[in-house]
Write a protein that binds this ligand. Structure first.
Ligand code: ADP
Length: 516
């Protein structure tokens, strides 16, 4: 799952990158088209305005032009089967006009001759006549003659384009195109190609900026596109049209933002769902481990009393014993004791589950915490003596009246003391400190036992948690004691922490608010 998740994320990143590149490529394509069109339009417009002027002039001259053929093509074909001869000829005729120099501004002083072209295309078919090329146009008339004539605008325009280009090249750039016109043209074209981002433009002449440029134009290698403009007759590019897009990246990104956001959201959902599922899985496994441990411990703890009770019953059944009242009483006492122990065990488990369900009613009265501690020490005194340990009290709190339930709070202290004894492999040395900080009383129970790891410190207050260490396993317990302690302390608006170092011992700190 992790692998495919990483895979999905990588694929998304790859997809995003490629899309971005594609968009960039498309953007470049569109912009190149746009500036190509703009350059083309500018050039054409310039040419058209020139030709237009000229045509008006030519029409106004009115006198007969001088004609001359200046190009003639002929094509001769003989078909031997039908005995036909086909002759095709094409004449291009030019008519000369005289144009005064004023038309071309002051640059040209002599009178110019302009030409008007037309073409005459003739197809002649001679049938059943044996003619050769030399006889054509002399005395034989053709059987079929098709004649077409027309204007030759292409040639004319080409002539003018070449002609005007030379003239236009001599003009300063700002007379050929204005900043406003260029801006409008670019705006229109860019809109047509859906390139909706601010742009700056400029015309450069031989690598240097000219006056025709927008105010904020700045050359940026990655976001500037260029194309030659106003190419002259020799194909030299003196001028270059540059268009730059200061917010290009943002524009490209904005086109992807919707879909990217969606994919990020979906990926995030997968990641969150995945981690929470994984977490649950790990937790479940831990809980199941802890529960198995708990069941093992419980059975272990029930086994001994059950065995003892069994033995005692067997002993009572013995005819020798049945007579001995004293022995019977001893065995009965044993059975009662073991029964009590089992009862206490069950009680323990029930208590925590009741607490869990908030069924346990805890009534609180004001009590002196020092008395409660003394009482708790009484409870563990026998065990301490048995283990040859000591409990030393350092009662430094001058105010010790708190609102607590004495039974439960005694249990709390007993549980902590019990652990301090249980988890001290040598003779247990326990110190109990109390002190006042602000309106709280702080109780510290310090032992010099096994201590615990940082991970254990975080989890000991969880239900069923027991630290897994080989040498700890001989210590009996269910992992419920501290969970109970925490519940009770929190129910008293208090807090509990632990400070511990492996091998050095632990200190449990309880903080309870005082009664004012
Ligand atoms: P139990 O003692 O029944 O296992 P507790 O809830 O009382 O359950 O304690 C939980 C765990 O905390 C113990 O299993 C032990 O690992 C650790 N622990 C508690 N008190 C101490 C202590 N004083 N020193 C070292 N470890 C302790």
């Amino acid at each position: 799952m992790s692998l495919s998740l990483i895979g999905i994320i990588l694929v998304q990143v790859y997809w995003f990158n490629t899309s971005f590149k594609n968009n960039d490529e498309q953007f470049r394509f569109h912009v190149t088209q746009v500036i190509g069109n703009v350059a083309d339009k500018l050039q054409k417009e310039e040419a058209f305005s020139f030709i237009d002027k000229y045509k008006k002039l030519r029409d106004s001259i009115g006198k007969e032009p001088e004609k001359s053929d200046f190009l003639e093509f002929g094509y001769y074909q003989r078909d031997s089967r039908t005995n036909e001869t086909i002759i095709y000829s094409n004449n291009i005729i030019s008519e000369d006009f005289n144009v005064s120099s004023s038309f071309f501004d002051k640059k040209i002083d002599s009178i110019k001759r302009l030409k008007n072209f037309s073409s005459k295309r003739v197809t002649e078919v001679y049938s059943n006549k044996d003619i050769d090329k030399s006889q054509i146009n002399k005395d034989i008339s053709p059987d079929i003659k098709i004649q077409k004539s027309g204007k030759l605008d292409i040639l004319e325009n080409a002539q003018f384009e070449i002609f005007f280009k030379d003239i236009a090249a001599a003009k300063p750039l700002q007379e050929r195109v204005s900043k406003e016109k260029l801006q409008k043209l670019l705006e229109k074209e860019l809109k047509e190609y859906e390139v909706r981002t601010p742009f700056e433009f400029g015309i450069y002449s031989n690598g240097l900026a000219t006056k025709v440029k927008s105010d904020r134009f700045k050359f940026d290698k990655n976001a500037t596109y260029s194309i030659p403009i106003f190419t002259d007759n020799e194909g030299n590019n003196k001028y270059e049209l540059l268009v730059s897009f200061p917010h290009k990246e943002r524009f490209l990104f904005s086109e992807l933002v919707g879909i990217t956001l969606l994919s990020v959201i979906f990926t995030l959902i997968i990641v969150i769902a995945y981690t929470s599922a994984l977490n649950q899985l790990i937790r479940q496994r831990q809980i199941s481990e802890i529960k198995t441990d708990f069941i093992n411990n419980m059975t272990h703890e029930f086994k001994t009393p059950i065995a003892t009770i069994n033995l005692a019953l067997d002993a009572i059944k013995n005819p020798k014993v049945i007579e001995d009242k004293e022995k019977i009483n001893r065995y009965l006492q044993m059975i009662r004791d073991e029964n009590k122990r089992m009862h206490a065990q069950v009680e323990n488990v029930l208590r925590i589950s009741k607490l869990e369900k908030k069924e346990l009613e805890i009534s609180k009265e004001s009590n002196a915490i020092h008395d409660i501690i003394e009482d708790a020490i009484e409870h563990v005194n026998l065990i301490i003596e048995d283990r040859q340990g000591t409990i030393t009290t350092h009662f430094e709190a001058s105010r010790d009246t708190v609102l607590i339930n004495d039974v439960h709070f005694t249990n709390v202290i007993v549980n902590i003391l019990d652990n301090a004894i249980k988890y001290s492999p040598e003779e247990p040395k326990i110190d109990i400190y109390t002190e006042n900080i602000k309106d709280f009383v702080i109780i510290k129970v310090k032992d010099q036992g096994l201590g615990m790891s940082k991970i254990a410190q975080k989890r000991i207050f969880e239900k069923f948690y027991r630290e897994h260490t080989g040498d700890l396993h001989n210590v009996k317990g269910h992992g419920l004691g501290l969970a109970y302690v925490k519940r009770i302390v929190e129910d008293h608006n208090g807090e509990i922490f632990v400070e511990s170092e492996k091998g050095k011992g632990s200190t449990f700190i309880i903080k309870i608010p005082l009664i004012n």
